[in-house]
Ligand binder design. Structure first.
Ligand SMILES: NC(=O)c1ccc[n+]([C@@H]2O[C@H](COP(=O)([O-])OP(=O)(O)OC[C@H]3O[C@@H](n4cnc5c(N)ncnc54)[C@H](OP(=O)(O)O)[C@@H]3O)[C@@H](O)[C@H]2O)c1
Length: 158
């Protein structure tokens, strides 16, 4: 997210930071067997050639009953998605967007939030929810790319 908690502008992420994408892929892929859960709108923004995200079980949340998307499973609630994820041995990552982040931060099983904090204002229209009840407990790294300074941080439920 950017300096003002912005995560999207004009229906997509307004930055392209290969270093951040690499961090995201490594974290969420892990040793294999992990799950990524996302909102239907976020799924729609991923170019077809990059979805489903490889080496991870992809679950899409939508209110549309009977929705089918190629390469992913669909759930009609966060709890249903978590139930579908429970057969996997690995970790579960909720990867956006704003609506699904908001649901997830309020869920009792959400213990950690990994936030890439970009020191810039992209004049976004969609924002990450306020991290009430979480504290920044770790800075995992900081780097600069295309004149943008950004930090990998971890927030933990207090
Ligand atoms: N910067 C980042 O880290 C980041 C990460 C991910 C996404 N994004 C951006 O965020 C934007 C999308 O975020 P968004 O908040 O608009 O959408 P979203 O959270 O990705 O998806 C919203 C959709 O999820 C479904 N949904 C929401 N609440 C639900 C509930 N309680 N039960 C069942 N289904 C539910 C609905 O799907 P239906 O309409 O199908 O019913 C809703 O339209 C995109 O522009 C994307 O590029 C940014």
């Amino acid at each position: 997210m950017d300096r003002k908690n912005g995560i999207a502008r004009d229906g997509d992420m307004p930055w392209h930071l290969p270093g951040d994408l690499k961090f995201f892929a490594k974290l969420t892929s892990g040793e294999g067997g992990n799950v990524v859960i996302m909102g239907r709108k976020t799924w729609d923004t991923i170019p077809e050639r990059y979805r489903p995200l490889p080496r991870r079980k992809n679950i899409v949340i939508s209110r549309q009953q009977g929705l089918q998307v190629e390469g992913a499973e669909c759930a009609t609630s966060l709890d249903m998605a978590l139930e579908m994820a429970s057969s996997c041995a690995g970790s579960v990552y909720v990867i956006g967007g704003a609506q699904i982040y908001a649901l997830s931060l309020a869920h009792p099983n959400c213990g950690s939030v990994y936030v890439t904090e970009i020191d810039h204002d992209f004049e976004c229209q969609v924002f990450f929810p306020t991290l009430t009840g979480y504290a920044r407990t770790e800075i995992l790294g900081e780097q600069k790319e295309k004149d943008l300074v950004y930090r990998f941080t971890r927030w933990t439920k207090q």
